[in-house]
Design a protein around this ligand. Sequence first.
Ligand code: ATP
Ligand code: MG
Length: 284
Amino acid sequence: MTLVKEKNDLDLVGQSLLTLSVSAISPKTKSANTAKTIKDKMSLIESRFVPAIPDLIDYSDFPSNRINADEEEKKRISRELHDGVGQLLTSMNLHIQRCLDGCDDQVGDKGVSEDHMDSLQALSSMVKQAMNEVRTICSSIRPAILDDLGVLAAITWQCRQISRLSSKFEVFTEFNIDEANIPEEYKSVIYRIVQESLNNAMKYSQANLVKVKLSRTRDTIELSILDDGIGFDPSEIKGRLGIGLMSMRERASSVNAALQVKAAVDQGVEISVSFPLKKVALNG
Ligand SMILES: Nc1ncnc2c1ncn2[C@@H]1O[C@H](COP(=O)(O)OP(=O)(O)OP(=O)(O)O)[C@@H](O)[C@H]1O
Ligand SMILES: [Mg+2]
């Protein structure tokens, strides 16, 4: 499939420059053209993308640099919850288990009433439930998978979950980088940007295909999340801006990475971020 420029490039990129013929992937023909193999699908989604749609989104009214502090605070809360309340519940569970084991053969004849046994059992299952809830909260604050398995596995897991959830679109990953080559300070930024991009793709894009790509060049790490959905006009998005696009941008700039939103009506959306590799200087 080739993209055919219908009009000449004009001064204002993002206006007539965006008038490209994408008839081969218009909604009507999209399903007919969906390639059969994963490889074909991947190249299909990539080949349709306009290389240089500028980020025309006007972010001027949004409060600045909040994200880094938020992320630090989340890490702290998650740690406190996990190590504090989590540990306490684990100990309580052990004690309750000891009581249950000790009372098991004494019900009735030696003064342990069935009511007390029932209460102990109820207590045991409530504590277990509380342990699960703490785990769930910790993971939503800072996904444990990020620390346990690394960002690549975390992204892969998330993409699989989404593909399973929705039969409407498929999410592919392509990684040309090793986990060891991703600086720690970039990992949660990468993960959160992928998370929000995928959320947006699920909510708005009506896409068939979404691709998450992470690769390494000599001086940078390049992240891109692109979909083949309905897209939007960047110059008209201001009124609809939520926290999502803005916070992705702030997260990126908190580690001196440059984020670009490429979008056009009926041409999908690509969020791309370039992380510098040589100097990892965090903003204060
Ligand atoms: N992949 C996409 N396809 C089509 N439209 C999109 C896509 N991503 C974002 N948009 C548009 O951009 C708007 C702004 O997105 P943003 O993430 O900032 O806010 P939101 O998702 O509406 O709210 P929040 O992220 O705060 O829950 C969306 O309301 C939607 O109209
Ligand atoms: Mg959003």
